[in-house]
Design a protein around this ligand. Sequence first.
Ligand SMILES: [Fe+2]
Length: 194
Amino acid sequence: MNRRRMVAASLAAAGLAHLAKPRPLAAQGTALPLTPACEGDARVTRRQTEGPFFRPASPAKRDLRGDGSGDMLVLSGFVLTPQCRPVPGARVNLWHADADGEYDRSGFRFRGHQFTDDAGRYQFITRVPGLYPGRTRHFHVKVQAGRGPVLTTQLYFPDEPRNARDGIFDRALLMEIRPADGGRLGRFDFVIPA
Ligand SMILES: [Fe+2]
């Protein structure tokens, strides 16, 4: 079995396990461990274009549920150094389309930033972004530690039919997505350059 199939099989198994025994999102949302799972070296997260809809000066906001409708999604993870050390106080900026695939071009719906906690963790509570022409489903993110370089990238959903046809889709940027009672749990750890 090749690695891709193994990853798919293990993700499917994890998804089934969670379908069989869902726990409320609210209870799982803060369930990120205190230490990252990786050991030794980690590969720096790949960069992607910020696209045409970035707006600077987003509000400090981690709960974006009130910005529109759609399925709830709790996105969490660590910000890490290439040596796999958590980075506290890193700025994580998220922006994405609403359920209709529209970006808020004049305001800050589905746009917000926060800083990682003492354990290097971030978490957003938001809605699943909708599709728009030419792209698969995705989040946009910028991550920055202090005044260091800004890592701009995008995050993707597994099992999206459009992934195969999206020219900039990168499977290295797939979130781990699990169904949960009331929505979905997304997980992605960012590794920023030293
Ligand atoms: Fe986009």
